[in-house]
Every structure is written in structure tokens, then in C-alpha cells.
Design a protein around this ligand. Structure first.
Ligand code: BTN
Length: 258
């Protein structure tokens, strides 16, 4: 189904709305494997995903019709694989800037790219890149945001939240999709025009638990540490007893909100 035109330059100008699909990321991947060219900025949105995927092979659960589950197709050929974390930064910035139009305070990015409100997860991002000659030839940016869901599975209830739980009103999904696509487009174009240093600064300013002493676990050991920054490859820098340690994905666990 094709519907209204967004006030963006290219993201979501081709918007495909599906009622149900396994995963919007998978659907885009399948479209890309066909020979017809696909417009950059194409967005696939689904009311329901029956095999939604999260980071690290996790499942992404979302109550049908209540939330945003969508994927954006981009071709960031200007970005080398060594700088691929800059894309995570730009997308995270876009999502939080879009959300800040609805929620004034308390929105943060939990490294690497979870979207938090206070100590609860509001959304997640799954970026899948295709590499060619050392650069990112194409990327599928999958975003799941809890918008109008009122309750969560008991295991998640203390760790998840939605915009309607925060604001006590329901929000039209297309309205928020348009805002977020607009803000991702702005951040993406800023990245393309070389503003990665400014974006890293903004990302750090909006990083969950930045500079606070909190509990973490790595290599089976629990410790108190302080997030102080990010390395060039996007590793998390955590200071513990005066020493800075660099952690990659899966190498560190946040303990205070589990
Ligand atoms: C995470 O926090 O683990 C990332 C979640 C990403 C979920 C979105 S929903 C739309 C897109 N399709 C998927 O199968 N996953 C992403």
C-alpha cells in the first residue's frame, strides 16, 4: 500500500506499508536481492512483525498495530567500514531528536543504540550493512519504537516503556514516523557533509549513564565504573579505579536496569 507523501527530501518518499511481515529488515533485504533498483530512502513499515529481529540475534516483540516497526534503505557509500559506527551515531541522533518533539526530558541513547526514557527501553535500532571495497554500499536501518502499547510481558514490564505510558495519550503512528524520518534525514545529511565530530559530541551529551558511577559486568566480573567516552571504532570507554577500558558490543553489561 502506498500512501501520503512526507515532508522529507528522500527518506520515506517511497513508503510501503504492510499489514504483516516476518521482519521489515528481511523484507527490504529481499527487495534488494531482486534485480529492480530500489529508491534510496525507501521505508518499509509493518503493523505486525511475526519474526521481528533485535540486536545479537534477539527477538523483537511488538504488539501488532500499536507501535512503529520500520526499516529504511540508504546507500552511505561515502562511509568506510572503519567509520561505520558514525552511521549508528547519526541514526540514534535522528531518533532521539524526533522523540524529543514529543517528550521534552528523559530521552537518552543507551550505547550502542538503544533508545531509553529514564531507565526503560523505548526503542531499538538494528543496522545491517553491506560492504563493497571497504565502504558501506547499502544499509538497512531497522527501528522498533514502543508507541501506543499499554502493557508489556511481565519479564519486560520493569524494563520497557512506550510513548503512551510516558505521555498518557496515544500518538498517531504516521505522525511520529514522519518526524523521525525527517530527523534521521537531517542527521544523515549532516554526516554526509562531514559533521561527524559534532555528532559524536551530541551523541555523548545524550548518552545514558554518561559520567555517572554505575554497576557493570564484563568477563563475569561485576564492577563500578564511569562511562567517559567512545573510541573511534565506537567502543565504549568505561573508567574503573582510574583506568580506562574499551568494550565492544556484548563485552559489557549494564547492571543497574536489568
Ligand atoms: C534491538 O534493540 O535489539 C533492536 C531492535 C530492532 C527492531 C526493529 S523493528 C523493525 C526492524 N525489523 C526487524 O526485524 N527489526 C527491526
Amino acid at each position: 500500500m502506498q500512501n501520503k507523501t512526507f515532508s522529507t527530501l528522500f527518506i520515506a518518499q517511497n513508503l510501503i506499508q504492510l499489514s504483516a511481515v516476518d521482519s521489515t529488515n528481511n523484507y527490504l533485504k529481499l527487495m534488494l536481492s531482486k534485480s529492480e533498483p530500489l529508491a534510496e530512502g525507501t521505508v518499509i513499515m509493518a503493523d505486525e512483525q511475526y519474526a521481528g529481529r533485535g540486536q545479537h540475534g534477539n527477538t523483537w516483540l511488538s504488539q501488532p498495530g500499536m507501535n512503529l516497526t520500520f526499516s529504511i534503505y540508504l546507500r552511505p557509500l561515502f562511509l568506510s567500514i572503519t567509520n561505520q559506527f558514525q552511521l549508528n551515531i547519526a541514526v540514534s541522533i535522528g531518533v532521539i531528536n524526533g522523540l524529543k518533539e514529543f517528550v521534552e526530558e528523559g530521552i537518552a541513547i543507551k550505547w550502542p543504540n538503544d533508545i531509553y526514557f529514564q531507565d526503560r527501553k523505548l526503542g531499538g535500532i538494528l543496522i545491517e550493512n553491506t560492504i563493497s571495497a571497504g565502504n558501506i554500499k547499502s544499509t538497512i536501518i531497522g527501528i522498533g519504537l514502543n508507541v501506543n502499547q499499554k502493557s508489556f510481558h511481565p519479564e519486560l514490564a520493569k524494563r520497557a516503556t512506550s510513548l503512551s505510558q510516558i505521555l498518557n495519550v496515544d500518538i498517531d503512528l504516521i505522525t511520529i514516523l514522519e518526524k523521525i524520518c525527517h530527523c534521521i534525514e537531517v542527521a544523515y545529511l549532516n554526516l554526509r557533509s562531514g559533521k561527524s565530530v559534532e555528532q559524536l559530541k551530541f551523541y555523548k551529551e545524550n548518552l545514558y549513564q554518561f559520567n555517572l558511577i554505575k554497576n557493570y559486568r564484563s568477563d563475569g566480573k561485576d564492577f563500578k565504573g564511569q562511562i567517559t567516552g567512545l573510541s573511534d571504532e565506537g567502543k565504549l570507554i568505561v573508567e574503573c579505579e582510574g583506568k580506562a577500558h574499551h568494550y565492544g558490543f556484548k563485552e559489557i553489561e549494564f547492571l543497574d536496569n536489568n
